[in-house]
Design a protein around this ligand. Structure first.
Ligand code: DOR
Ligand code: ZN
Length: 436
């Protein structure tokens, strides 16, 4: 294994509040030294990082890799390549596959397929058998097989007793429960946020209350039986407020937000002319909700940013708005969208260090996986970013098999230029390598 020397970059390590120039010496897949003015050893491969930002490898704690079952949309290996291209060294893969990842063999299938991939892939097991929301899946056996968390994501858990038992059982084995909060009886046949825009467009709405009602229930259950709860893709101001209050009460809850909910509103459905790539669950909300999500992110209510990478084939999306599947593919846009937002200066208190915390250090902590830090002994999973690089989002150039993004054609400033996994360069200047 090569010795790597990353020279003269701005090193950000939120795990120890470090944000300063430093060199990084990498040996045997680990960080050997991170300090100013290190000497490159003879024969080391040198990356000149002057003007670049060096950070712990980003971890996307919420992706859908469609494998097994819908490999025409994505598979474990194409998803890992999309991750590497987007600056992610690890992803956590949701269980809504075909078959559902609700048994150890499916968990092992995903983990085995990811061995040797260009990103770490952590399987998430289903909470209920077949995502049916009726019977608890065998969480303990899946945990032993490598599942890092449990979720029915994509399908909210309507049955309160099931959620109660899930929290209690998962809590007993120290496992994290991730929830998709949308009461399906309130969502109904809704396809976008319920508000003035849905009225004007004549599309059925999904009220903010659908998310908030179920979230309130789960926070109460958490208080009642304990456990550890993570809220996927917060989308409403009321949901942010509920999590803020729960945290103030000392409940063991964490939350994530997606770039699409931070950057777009229901107006995108109108302005794009009913572009089905704006159709996502939970839906793009109002401007007031969007601002509340930023406030939650800045004040620590929202712990992490995740893409909810939900690849769909253009044949599936190329239908009337009502009939298109929900989802946005985000692995290759998440980091640049956030770097661009930072560069724009629109969010006054946003810092690069905060973004690294939300995209790496916090996800590692919440999932209980390695990474999220760059100090001696850390795995050499590293993302190097050029904050000045401008480009136009072009899904035709993606490594993902799908192209469903509402951000196509956007000019962005800031991009990953190297992704390093276990000390090996897996992406350089946008080109993903095969692993040796
Ligand atoms: O938009 C979404 N797409 N939201 C989900 O919760 C599921 C996901 C999918 O699997 O396509
Ligand atoms: Zn999801």
């Amino acid at each position: 294994m090569k010795t790597l020397f990353i020279k003269g970059g701005r090193l950000i390590d939120p795990s120890r509040n470090y944000d300063d120039r430093a060199d990084l010496l990498i040996k045997g897949g680990l960080v050997e030294a991170a300090d100013k003015n290190l000497k490159p050893p003879d024969g080391a491969e040198i990356i000149e990082a002057d003007g670049l930002v060096v950070m712990p490898g980003l971890i996307d704690m919420h992706v859908h890799l469609r494998d097994p079952g819908q490999e025409y949309k994505e598979d474990v290996l194409s998803g890992a390549r999309a991750a590497a291209a987007g600056g992610f060294t690890a992803v956590a893969a949701m269980a809504n596959t075909e078959p559902v990842a609700d048994e150890p063999p499916t968990i092992r299938y995903v983990a085995d397929k990811a061995a040797g991939a260009v990103a770490r892939v952590y399987p998430i097991g289903a909470l209920s058998k077949g995502l049916q929301g009726v019977e608890l899946a065998e969480l303990g056996r899946m945990q032993k097989a490598g599942a890092v968390a449990f979720s029915d994501d994509g399908k909210p858990v309507l049955n309160g007793t099931l959620m109660r038992n899930a929290l209690q059982y998962a809590g007993g084995i120290g496992a994290l429960v991730i929830v998709h909060e949308e009461d399906p009886t309130l969502v109904g046949k809704g396809v976008m946020h319920e508000g003035s825009v849905s009225s004007v467009l004549g599309l059925r709405g999904i009220p903010a209350t659908a998310e908030e009602a179920m979230l309130a229930r789960d926070l109460m259950l958490l208080k009642m039986v304990g456990g550890r709860l993570h809220i996927a893709h917060l989308s409403t101001a009321g949901a942010v407020e509920l999590v803020r209050k729960a945290k103030a009460d000392g409940l063991p809850v964490t939350a994530e937000v997606t770039p699409q909910h931070l950057l777009l509103t229901d107006r995108a459905v109108k302005n794009s002319g009913y572009n089905t790539n704006t159709k996502v669950k939970p839906p793009l909300r109002s401007e007031q909700d969007r601002q509340a999500l930023w406030e939650g992110l800045l004040d620590g209510t929202v712990d992490a940013i995740a893409s909810d990478h939900a690849p769909h084939h253009s044949d599936d999306k190329d239908v009337e708005y009502d009939f298109a599947p929900f989802g946005i593919a985000g692995l290759e846009t998440t980091l640049p969208l956030l770097l661009d937002e930072l560069a724009s200066g629109r969010i006054k208190e946003l810092t690069l260090s905060m973004l690294v915390e939300k995209l790496s250090t916090a996800p590692a902590r919440i999932l209980g996986v390695e990474g999220g830090a760059l100090k001696p002994g850390s795995p050499a999973d590293i993302t190097i970013v050029d904050p000045g690089r401008s480009f136009i989002v072009n899904p035709d150039n993606w490594y993902s098999k799908s192209r469903n993004t509402p951000f196509a054609g956007r000019q962005l400033k800031g991009a990953p230029v190297y992704t390093i996994l276990s000390g090996e360069i897996v992406m350089k200047e946008g080109v993903v390598a095969d692993r040796k």
